[in-house]
Design a protein around this ligand. Structure first.
Ligand code: F6P
Length: 759
């Protein structure tokens, strides 16, 4: 590194100024000390000889007087001594001193006149001298004075000598500083420059890490952020350009951000969900922040970032309170904050009734119809209502002062919230997306509070489901249960002069579309296979689910067992890995299911295993998205056998992960995903034989056919990705005309402006 001349010049001037100032101060201080010392010596000497001199003057001879003053001849800086009479005439003086002195020195006359010791400095033959004169008296009569002379030429060396010392000091300090700077900063800075160049150009020069010196830590962290954003922006721009070139109009995170900015037109977005996007938990002595595996964060983050919005969600982490302010607010994402997370605190009792009780033991089985009986308890319903009220209050607080806010509620936890918000903020645009299926009116009708739920949802301006069939079921349910007008042509409900549009928005995954070379198989998968089976079998099947009774896991296991009965040749060749994330384990039905899956795995393995091989491996723990991706890329087939599922994102994630266009998806016909992924092998999971035959069909399918099917499925997932989902939903919501123009006092629209009733 070459330090600039300017830096060297500044360094030199700075150090020189400091060192000169310091030298001047030091010289002054030293001179002061030396003068004091000479003065002290002179006084001591004069006083010690005062009495003897007075005695000699009274009774002695001039010879004695001369002998006394001659004792002090040539003693270092002491030049000599002299005795004067009261008229200033010299009575005795150290030999050789007389010629140097003025006669009489002024200090002598002043001492005689004042009767007190006096000092002075004077020049004598080019030398600087110090005199101290002490009056001599006898019986109150002034007789003269005794004077002590010092040569003080040594006090105060010439300025040039100090300047020279300062200069040498300056050069030494500057030299040493430059060496230190060069050594300790030059190398890391050179390293940083190379690292930055690599980040900027994407080139590889072997400098893959930033300098590790602590002094650069905050700089490197900021630069890493900058580089990541730059890469993301560049990738997005390249992708856009590529798509434009190919005449496609694919949605990307960037496109979603820009589109949402345009659509919201300055309005702020408020998302509300039960699960929070960032959860803080204690890990030993530190706090870790994790993102739940839900795809919702991928979809909603660009939207919230675009409007600097607010996400309201339940705070569930054990370190959530200490990482938020007194209102439960914090800016996220933690590494690059762009929107606000407002945490809502629920008591154990509230969570029990609202989340575990009404939402997951009532609505969840009610909507899925997977042969687990819904449980409706009045206490749970009351907690559900009160939790909806609590979230509403928090949202209203966050929306205070915001004009025409946009509210995007997520899922079956918040059926009552749209109406609660609309009543207080008629100017808000409200959408609710129902992530689970909506059953037929007869099935939904068993819920004792179906009318309250429907009325609550109809407070929204837009209701989204995954597929048209769920929209139809919803409209039929409303038709049967509530007084309202259904517009079947436009799929809308008019109730109490408020219009709610009902539309399908199939949710998806990010599927950014870049084609990566197939990576080496993941060490985690290899380790697992080695540990469990002693190596990779010829065929690997995979299932990835929350352990939930809607996912058809026991049905899947029985289908695999049947495969081995029908085709025993697959023994020692085919193994199925089931990744099962424990879920809602507080609920007995979920505990029973976990036990059932474990027993089934155990039973089938006991029956079929030979040597190191076994047909089933069950890994019951939560896996990160990256970990699951490694399994997706390894598996020859992925089994999704839900008994009923709104969409099922595992199916889409598997397809999105297969950049190599290999693998095969077996997909339950009872998932929303089967409406889009026509090239999957679609099955009825209740039909054990069909399931076994379909697995066999996937295993023997020619590679080319699998490739074509996978290619087509990938095209669908890329085109209908999660950015399109969020973009279409927000776009549709923004287009809706609100009835706020002529609101009456109670927040309802006036008659003239009321929508024309359908039909
Ligand atoms: O499928 C509906 C859903 O709410 C998803 O949005 C979510 O990922 C999943 O269920 C898990 O739910 P929970 O928050 O209860 O773990």
């Amino acid at each position: 590194m070459h330090l600039s001349r300017r830096l060297m010049f500044s360094l030199f001037c700075g150090v020189a100024a400091v060192s000169m100032a310091f030298a001047v101060f030091q010289v002054q201080a030293e001179m002061h000390v030396l003068r004091d010392e000479i003065q002290r010596q002179a006084i001591v000497l004069a006083e010690s000889q005062q009495g003897a001199t007075e005695q000699i003057l009274a009774t002695g001879s001039s010879r004695e007087l001369q002998a006394l003053v001659d004792q002090y001849r040539n003693r270092g800086h002491l030049a000599g001594m002299a005795v004067y009479d009261d008229g200033g005439n010299t009575l005795a003086i150290t030999s050789g001193l007389a010629s140097d002195l003025p006669a009489p020195p002024a200090a002598v006359s002043r001492a005689v006149q004042t009767g007190r010791g006096r000092e002075d400095y004077f020049q004598s033959r080019g030398r600087r001298m110090h005199i101290f004169a002490l009056p001599l008296s006898r019986d109150g009569r002034m007789m003269g004075a005794i004077a002590v002379f010092h040569d003080v030429a040594f006090i105060g060396a010439p300025v040039w000598r100090h300047a020279l010392t300062g200069m040498v000091q300056t050069l030494l300090i500057v030299g040493v500083t430059l060496l230190i700077v060069h050594w300790s900063l030059g190398r890391p800075l050179r390293h940083m420059a190379l690292w930055l160049r690599d980040l900027r150009t994407g080139a590889i020069s072997g400098v893959s890490r930033p300098p590790k010196e602590t002094i650069f830590r905050s700089l490197t962290s900021e630069l890493t952020q900058l580089a990541t954003s730059l890469h993301a922006a560049r990738a997005a721009a390249e992708e856009e350009a590529r798509l434009r070139d190919a005449g496609l109009s694919r949605w990307t995170a960037e496109r979603l951000r820009i589109a949402v900015q345009g659509k919201l037109n300055g309005s702020r977005l408020f998302a509300v969900s039960n699960r929070e996007p960032y959860e803080h938990v204690h890990r030993g002595n530190s706090i870790a922040c994790s993102v739940p595996p839900s795809g919702l964060v991928t979809a909603l983050e660009p939207v919230l970032r675009a409007s600097d919005g607010t996400w309201v969600a339940q705070g569930t982490g054990d370190a959530d309170r200490e990482t938020a302010d007194e209102f439960g607010r914090l800016r996220v994402p933690p590494e690059h904050p762009q929107y606000r997370l407002r945490r809502v605190w629920l008591s154990e009792e509230e969570e029990e009734g609202f989340y575990f009780g009404f939402a997951n033991e009532g609505l969840w089985p009610l909507c899925h119809i997977a042969h687990t009986r819904p449980v409706f308890r009045t206490g749970d319903w009351e907690q559900y209502r009160s939790a909806n009220r609590k979230f509403t209050a928090v949202l209203l607080d966050e929306m205070h002062g915001e004009k025409q806010p946009v509210v995007f509620a997520q899922d079956y936890h918040f059926a009552l919230l749209p109406r609660m918000i609309k009543e207080r903020r008629p100017d808000a645009r409200i959408a609710i997306f129902w992530h689970i299926p909506w059953p037929n009116p007869e099935a939904f009708g068993i819920c004792p509070w179906q009318r309250d739920l429907l009325d609550g949802m109809l407070g929204a301006d837009l209701i989204g489901f995954h597929i048209q069939a769920h929209c139809n079921n919803f409209l039929e349910t409303v038709d049967r249960a509530l007084e309202s007008r259904i517009d079947w042509e436009h799929f809308a409900v008019n109730r109490r002069d408020h219009l709610t549009t009902v539309r399908p928005f199939p949710i998806s995954v990010a599927a950014n579309g870049e084609s990566r070379a197939t990576p080496e198989s993941s060490p985690e998968v290899r380790d697992l296979l080695h540990r469990e089976l002693g190596g990779r079998p010829a065929f690997l099947g995979l299932g990835v689910d929350r352990v939930d009774y809607t996912k058809g896991i026991p049905e899947r296991l029985r289908g695999i067992e049947r495969l081995f009965e029908l085709y025993p040749d697959y023994r020692e060749k085919f193994t199925f890995i089931q990744i099962g994330a424990p879920s809602r384990t507080h609920i007995k039905r979920y505990q029973d299911l976990m036990a059932e899956v474990e027993q089934e795995v155990e039973r089938i393995n006991r029956k079929l295993r030979t040597g190191a091989w076994k047909p089933l491996v069950f890994v019951a723990r939560h896996h990160s998205h990256a970990e699951v991706e490694a399994y997706y890329r390894e598996a020859d087939l992925c089994l999704v056998t839900s008994l009923h599922d709104g969409m099922n994102l595992v199916a889409k994630e598997y397809v999105a992960a297969r950049h190599d266009e290999r693998g095969m998806l077996i997909l339950s016909r009872f998932t929303g995903a089967s409406h889009e992924l026509a090239d999957a092998l679609v099955v009825n999971p209740y039909d054990t034989d069909e399931l076994a035959q379909t697995i066999h069909a996937a295993l023997i399918m020619p590679a080319e056919e699998k490739r074509i099917r996978m290619q087509r499925m990938r095209a669908v997932v890329k085109e209908h990705n999660v950015y399109r989902w969020a973009g279409s939903l927000i776009g549709e919501l923004a287009e809706i005309r609100l009835e706020t123009g002529d609101l009456t006092q109670n927040g309802q629209r006036s008659r003239e402006d009321a929508p024309v009733p359908a039909g």
